[in-house]
Design a protein around this ligand. Structure first.
Ligand code: F6R
Length: 609
């Protein structure tokens, strides 16, 4: 995700803005920029790439003054480039923005029809034009911001300057974090506390719909209707490292907690509940897209491969097309059956995994259509693919993938509905029902996270074991694999993930009183089967930890330890059942004291074979 900083006071602020942006660097970004009022106009300097490029650009083209705003961009709409970097200017108005504007295409068409010229491919530029339009109609800057925001649909944290009122910054928030830092005769706005923590420890946390008007000596808050609102002032005593992690001990734990937001952002603007349709970035009308596709192949590695395994169930069910899933490292060295009627879906958080790139390139050479599911805009995979659907998880810093995984699942579920409608095998009514359930998932993930303290307490008991077995069936079989992978990679405890029905074909020989078995035993059509598997495991004297649907006493009574997960339609279970397993791996590793964010021998991007 992008970073925002703004300053108003009595000091030239380029250094303050750059310092703030440097403190947000750890979050990842692809371009950066600053804008300051220099006494006559708002001057802007931007650069693609690292902040050192921005510093160089500022040396060549020095600008300074006060107030000012700055931004690090993580591309969502429009590739990473100087032209797409923020701030964006329209007339006297300059804007930096985090978030996604869902109705940007319609608004852009309307503004262009009025003769307004756009300089970038971003959704953000819409906001600067809308504010400019309201100023032309006579509104003050704050009022213009409120009116403009009433026209946009989506998420935003923005900071705005205008040459018409250079004595203030107006900032606003909707579903994207924004804080106001209070100083003496100076004030700050930032997307994240670390950006300004060395200047002040007094913060106001804006809430959705808040608009803040900052002058040197005052901060006035209203809602979008202009009515006064108040937010408490909090003293933040976090250390700078704690602040980077949002107060969490590790990035992984922070990212696990970001999952409801990440899924919301990934679904944003892609669903029409009224029509039972999925609108995927840049992909044609569904019937057109699917008309020549006779089979689907999904390639990926590691956690992304687990998402692929879940996606297979969904896409097969809605399209009735054969779906194969391959580990990219295997696919590239066999001689797969592939042709122009194959849709090859390549999934990668980083977009740089060497095996996934090679598999996709090979399939492309054989004439297949390549669809990427990726989290990093303009990484190598989207550049190779014919189309990309981005997961809007934001930068994932912990090496163990968590929020990227649930957003990959969200995209695959969308793809299954897009495919179902495109092949004509999923009715409009059924698509509407599925989508209506899907949009409730962020809340269910939030409920699953509430088990964190219970899981933390039980993790203490298990951090010294030598092995874990994770079992699940049907859609929860890949989740058992994912639970085991999380456990081994961050706690260094040996863990096996297995389809529960396969236990008696071998792994049951491993089970004794020293091997805890984690069973995913939620209420679905294989419920009775997994309860039998739990009985088989218990007969070998192991401790069974079961994930059970909230309120299900029967399954809870089968296990020594039961972790409830919220009830969701059975096909959506993987998005909630994975959460306790991430937390279990995290807390077991934390008790062991391993290097959770950078486990030994692992890298975030596996760019070599
Ligand atoms: C596990 C993990 C890895 C990655 C794998 C693929 O937590 O992070 O297994 O999933 O290396 O990476 P991407 O998705 O970037 O291709």
């Amino acid at each position: 995700m992008c970073g925002i900083i703004g300053f108003i006071g009595d000091r030239p602020c380029s250094e303050i803005l750059l310092g703030g942006l440097q403190r947000l660097e750890y979050r990842g970004y692809d371009s950066a920029g600053v804008a300051v009022w220099d006494g006559a106009q708002i001057a802007i300097v931007r650069a693609e790439g690292k902040l050192s490029n921005l510093v160089r650009a500022l040396v060549q083209n020095p600008i300074d003054g006060d107030p000012g705003i700055g931004h690090t961009r993580w591309a969502t709409h429009g590739r990473p480039s100087e032209q797409n970097a923020h701030p964006h200017k329209a007339g006297p108005v300059v804007v930096v923005h985090n978030g996604i504007i869902e109705n940007h295409l319609a608004l852009r068409a309307e503004l262009e029809a009025q003769g307004r010229l756009f300089a970038s491919e971003t959704d953000t530029e819409i906001i600067s034009h809308l504010i400019h339009q309201e100023i032309e109609r006579g509104a003050t800057l704050a009022e213009a911001v409120r009116r403009a925001l009433k026209r946009v649909v989506g998420s935003w944290a923005i900071a705005v300057l205008s040459e018409t009122e250079p004595d203030r910054i107006v900032a606003a928030r909707m579903a994207s974090p924004l804080v106001v830092g209070l100083g003496e005769g100076e004030n700050f706005v930032a997307s994240d506390i670390p950006a300004v923590l060395h200047h002040t420890r007094r913060f106001m946390f804006l809430e959705d719909g808040d608009v803040a008007e900052l002058t040197k000596t005052d901060v006035r808050l209203t809602n979008l209707d202009g009515a006064h609102v108040e937010r408490p002032i909090r003293n933040i005593d976090w250390s700078p490292t704690m602040a980077e992690k949002g107060g969490y001990k590790h990035f992984m734990l922070k990212e696990i907690h970001e999952q409801p937001r990440a899924v919301t952002d990934t679904l944003r603007g892609r669903i029409s509940l009224e029509q039972g349709r999925v609108i995927l970035d840049g992909l044609s009308d569904e019937a057109e897209y699917w008309k020549s596709i006779s089979r689907v192949v999904i390639v990926a590695c590691g956690t992304s491969w687990h998402a692929a395994l879940v996606g297979k169930f969904w896409i097969e069910a809605t399209t009735r097309l054969p779906v194969e899933v391959d580990l990219a490292s295997e696919y590239r060295y066999r001689n797969p059956v592939i042709d122009a009627s194959s849709l090859v879906v390549a999934i990668s958080q980083s977009g740089e995994t060497a095996d996934t790139l090679a598999a996709a390139a090979d399939a492309k050479r054989h004439g297949a259509r390549i669809l990427a599911i990726c989290n990093v805009v303009e990484s190598s995979l989207p550049r190779l693919a014919h189309h990309t659907v981005y997961t809007h998880a934001g930068p994932e810093i912990g090496v163990a993938s968590t929020k990227a995984f649930v957003t990959q699942l969200a995209v695959l579920y969308l793809l299954s509905i897009y495919g179902g409608r495109g092949t004509g095998r999923l009715s409009e009514a059924e698509a509407k029902r599925k989508l209506a359930e899907l949009v409730k998932l962020p809340t269910a993930i939030g409920q699953a996270l509430r088990q964190r303290n219970r899981i933390r307490r039980m993790a203490e008991r298990f951090h010294k074991v030598a092995d874990f077995l994770f079992i699940g069936r049907w859609l929860n079989y890949p989740i058992a694999l994912e639970g085991a992978l999380k456990m081994k990679e961050i706690s260094y405890i040996h863990a096996e993930g297995y389809p529960a029905g396969e236990m008696k074909h071998g792994p049951i020989a491993l089970i004794d009183e020293n091997m805890p078995v984690v069973a995913i035993a939620t209420r679905n059509h294989v419920y009775d089967k997994i309860l039998s598997n739990i009985q088989e495991a218990k007969a070998r004297r192991c401790t069974v930890i079961a994930l059970v649907t909230e309120g299900d006493e029967e399954a809870a009574n089968h296990a020594e330890i039961a972790i409830p997960v919220p009830p969701v339609p059975e096909d959506l279970e993987p998005l909630v059942t994975v959460v306790p397993l991430q937390l279990l791996a995290y807390y077991v590793a934390d008790y062991k004291g391993t290097d959770i964010d950078q486990p030994r021998n692992l890298a975030k991007s596996v760019t070599v074979e």
